[in-house]
Design a protein around this ligand. Structure first.
Ligand code: TYD
Length: 138
């Protein structure tokens, strides 16, 4: 497996169409915006403010996380370094490549986390033990 790092985790600007008649904004994501084709879409909502999501890495799957509404924090780790990114804008997505541990917390009331994934759901693509994740990065 190639050794991805948190430097490969980046904010992607989602093209935004601002309505000239002030009818609100429209964001559009086509596969050309992403370094992969989207195979699966899911979203988190009604997350209690004291709850943690994530707590795993993926062997192959890339994901783009977007705060469609509200805000939450994403901690990403590559086994050596970590960074925390707050998502709170529907026109900014956080690209998390394969081989990156992620933890999501600090969800605001009404937060919705949209995820665009490069693979269909496969439990075998998850690493859910942090020690196993560290081993996979050696
Ligand atoms: P999980 O990915 O562990 O959630 P999170 O990382 O946000 O805490 O998924 C939670 C449960 O939902 C787990 O039992 C697997 C299931 N699930 C699916 O069946 N399909 C999916 O596409 C996803 C993302 C999860």
């Amino acid at each position: 497996m190639k050794k991805t790092t948190i430097d490969n985790v980046a904010i992607i600007n989602i093209p935004k169409i601002i309505d000239e008649q002030r009818r609100g904004n429209l964001c559009v994501i086509e596969n050309s915006v992403l370094p992969y084709n989207v195979e699966r879409i899911y979203y988190l909502f009604d997350v209690p403010s004291d709850a943690n999501r994530g707590g795993h890495s993926h062997i192959a799957c890339h994901e783009l996380l977007i705060a469609l509404s509200g805000s939450f924090d994403v901690v990403v780790k590559d086994g050596e370094n970590l960074k925390t990114v707050t998502l709170n804008k529907p026109d900014k997505g956080l690209l998390i490549v394969d081989g990156i541990w992620r933890e999501l917390d600090n969800f605001s009331s009404g937060a919705v986390c949209l995820v665009l994934a490069s693979e269909t759901y496969d439990e075998a693509d998850y690493i859910r033990e942090y020690s196993a994740f560290l081993k996979s990065k050696q």
